[in-house]
Design a protein around this ligand. Structure first.
Ligand code: CA
Length: 253
């Protein structure tokens, strides 16, 4: 049996007035979420909270069911379909909130979600919030940013180095609240004792390198201390955006 411990911390950073990131942990149901809200005249926090709440509710209600009544794939089964449906429902809720209150126009949110079920984890993302795995002394980024800059890197138009300081580096090409159909990217991973997973917003990865992140994940400190240390380092590096980190540690029970 695997035992999972999780801890998260969200911080406003050093230059923003509000924290528009949001996270949720439900250890019993194996739900871990990080969202980074944007736009809508400072109402990004409405989008990120709404999305996190909607996804958490949907996943809790559909846990253990072979069928669930909401969403696009109601006849589909399995974690991936549930997660896709949950995100679909959240996307519609964000869009509906904007329809009801036009002052929210332009708001949206990124999302990275992990749904853990025994030794299997399903990870879904939209936008530039990331998931990493730390395993056997190696850090692997499990998600590919949905950003304009990342697409340019993949197409070979700009280098990774140019991407890091590109003026458009925070332009995301996918978000919840953007269109009626949200394009979700999903991957499945086999979870093993000794693994650590990090879900985070770009306020962390825009400020510190993967090498630094790896050093913290390697640490034997308590998880809450690691969360604090990552946030502190992102703030020391400038803290130009809201910073959210969520860490899972997997052990043999
Ligand atoms: Ca951000």
């Amino acid at each position: 049996m695997l035992e999972v411990k999780a801890c998260a911390l969200s911080d406003v950073g050093r230059s923003r007035r509000r924290n528009e990131d949001f996270f949720a942990i439900d250890e019993e149901k194996g739900i871990y979420l990080v969202a980074d809200g944007m736009g809508g005249h400072g109402h990004g926090e409405v989008a990120s909270r709404l999305a996190v709440a909607a996804i958490g509710d949907f996943l809790r209600q559909s846990t253990g069911r072979r069928r669930w009544g909401l969403g696009r794939g109601s006849r589909e089964e399995g974690r991936e379909a549930r997660l896709r449906d949950a995100i679909d429902v959240a996307n519609r809720k964000v869009l509906r909130a904007v329809e009801r209150d036009r002052s929210l126009l332009g708001m949206g949110t990124t999302l990275v979600a992990m749904l853990l079920d025994g030794e299997r984890a399903t990870i879904a993302h939209v936008g530039d919030s990331r998931a990493y795995r730390w395993r056997e002394n190696r850090l692997t980024q499990l998600t590919d940013d949905h950003t304009w800059v990342n697409e340019q890197v993949s197409a070979g138009n700009i280098s990774e180095t140019q991407a890091r300081s590109h003026p458009f580096k925070s332009v995301v090409t996918r978000a919840l609240g953007g269109a009626r159909e949200v394009e979700v990217e999903v991957c499945e991973v086999e979870v093993a004792a000794g693994d650590r997973y990090l879900l985070c917003s770009d306020g962390l990865t825009g400020m510190i390198t993967d090498e630094r992140i790896a050093e913290y994940l390697r640490s034997r400190s308590a998880l809450d201390e690691i969360c604090r240390a990552l946030v502190d380092e992102a703030n020391r590096a400038g803290g130009r955006d809201n910073i959210t980190v969520l860490i899972l540690a997997v052990a043999e029970s």
